[in-house]
Design a protein around this ligand. Structure first.
Ligand code: PLP
Length: 483
């Protein structure tokens, strides 16, 4: 493709994306495709001759779009949002346009230094501690996902716990990792990959009312394991759990970690970005004093398209110690000088995209004010929905939302627990199949709950009103069918 052809098709692609944004509400939120539908529309073999780009764009409409679930649809309330915005798409396009691979400082100094500055900016925007800044012993890095960041944190913690022995000789004795029943599954995955083993992932009790980790039980488990000869490696506290946005007590957990000399990883994948608003920074209490590593995902609630996980460490030494290997072909003067950061040493893979461009674009386009406005809108809409649910006797609200996730269930008078749960799931399937909105479920307190996670860039009060109307209508229709 020549630059002129690129210019021509590139304009068409931008127009295609802008048209998509304009008409996104005309699509059913959840793809109506059945398994195999998309495959059936794709040729079994690749083309022998190249073809024009028009064909790709035509097939986007014909083949791809029917199989798309519209994550940017304002009626998307499932999982957690995975935001995108004009500036993040354009920033990512610039990254693709440059096509650089930023594994080393030397392979594109701007890729490294822009990332360093953007992570310092972002730490400042979130009110994170000075010790996470790049001009001290710590620093920030963009990872592909909170899961990848968790694995990086686990190997760093392992390195610190046993002085690098596990990385060098393999794991010779029992190592343990501490989570709660509400911790994201990526922590167990990280323990499996790192060789700690799922069997050594210790599940700390939670307070049944708040679903937050019980620091006293953590303390007891750590003492018990150490007495039995195990080496505790890491505790993961969560700020905003996936299921219900429970917040672990980082100050109390941090105190326990400090006493036992264990690495504290704080997973704030969804909730952490809320700290752009000073009035919400309380969620991060204890992070400044105790966290060894901290993660939040602009690619969830902060208008930045996947993938963009921001991770900070208080001390970069264990991370780099665990992950740095220097084969001859990567040796270069800049790295040898010790004056530069090579982010390949801060992550699992060698190669890395220029992801900082999209976060930089987002921060510059919206400014701190715009980012705060986006988060505040989500929080306000969630509070409004929660108050309507609380006022409706046909529904039970789990709790006042902490941020922008609302968990609730219909009461289904006359049905016992299991029947009511089945009815709630049926309700969700019907709502999602209608294409009018998309929401997902969880289980808490032994009951199936619906989750409405607000955070798409285009979601307004009118969308939340319409979703609530649809939920009530469909609940009433299902209840009427039973009688
Ligand atoms: N941690 C928490 C608390 C999450 O809610 C999620 C995803 O929802 C993750 C980790 C995993 O995020 P990622 O998809 O970036 O790996």
């Amino acid at each position: 493709m020549t630059p002129d052809e690129f210019r021509r098709y590139g304009k068409q692609v931008i127009d295609w994306i802008a048209d998509y944004q304009e008409k996104i509400e005309s699509y059913p939120v959840l793809s109506q495709a059945r398994p195999g539908d998309v495959l059936a529309n794709l040729p079994a073999h690749p083309p022998e001759q190249g073809e024009g780009f028009e064909g790709v764009l035509a097939d986007m409409d014909r083949v791809v779009m029917p199989g798309i679930t519209h994550w940017q649809h304002p009626d998307f309330f499932a999982y957690f949002p995975s935001g995108a915005s004009g500036p993040s798409i354009l920033g990512d396009l610039l990254s693709a346009g440059l096509g650089v691979q930023g594994m080393l400082w030397a392979t594109s100094p701007a890729c490294t230094e822009l990332e360093t500055r953007v992570l310092d900016w972002f730490a400042e925007l979130l009110g994170l501690p000075e010790r996470f800044r790049s001009d001290g012993p710590g620093g920030g890095v963009i990872q592909d996902s909170a899961s990848g960041a968790a694995l990086a944190a686990v190997v760093a913690a392992l390195h610190r716990a046993d002085g690098g022995a596990a990385g060098r000789d393999g794991i010779a004795r029992r190592h343990t990792l501490y989570v709660s029943s509400q911790t994201h599954s990526s922590l167990e995955k990280a323990a499996r990959i790192a060789g700690i083993g799922a069997v050594n992932v210790r599940v700390v009790d939670v307070d049944p009312a708040t679903l937050a980790m019980d620091p006293a039980h953590l303390d007891a488990l750590l003492a018990e394991d150490a007495a039995a000869g195990a080496l505790p490696v890491m505790v993961c506290a969560t700020i905003g759990t996936t299921s219900t946005t429970a917040v672990d007590a980082v100050p109390a957990i941090g105190e326990v970690c400090r006493r036992h000399g264990v690495w504290l990883h704080v997973d704030a994948a969804y909730a952490g970005v809320a700290a752009v608003c000073p009035e919400l920074r309380g969620i991060n209490d204890g992070v400044a004093e105790y966290a060894d590593s901290y993660v939040t995902n602009p690619h969830k609630w902060l208008l930045t398209n996947f993938d963009c996980t921001t991770m900070w460490v208080a001390d970069r030494e264990p991370l780099v110690g665990a992950l740095s290997i220097l084969p001859e072909y990567l040796r270069n003067q800049a790295s040898a000088s010790g004056e530069v950061i090579d982010y390949r040493d801060w992550q699992i893979s060698l190669g890395r995209r220029f992801r900082a461009l999209k976060l930089w674009s987002v921060i510059r386009w919206y400014g701190a004010e715009g980012l705060r406005e986006h988060v505040r809108t989500g929080v306000r809409l969630a509070a409004g929905l929660a108050s309507r649910i609380a006022a409706d006797p046909a529904f039970a609200l789990l709790e006042e939302p902490k941020l922008s996730l609302v968990c609730f269930r219909p009461r289904w008078d006359g049905l016992d627990g299991a029947e009511a749960d089945a009815a709630t799931l049926r309700l969700m399937e019907r709502l999602n199949a209608s294409g009018d909105l998309y929401l997902t479920h969880t289980k808490a307190g032994g009951r199936v709950l619906l989750r409405v996670a607000i955070g798409a860039a285009g979601t307004t009060g009118a969308h939340v009103d319409a979703a609530w109307r649809r939920i009530r209508e469909e609940t009433a229709a299902l209840a009427a069918e039973r009688t």
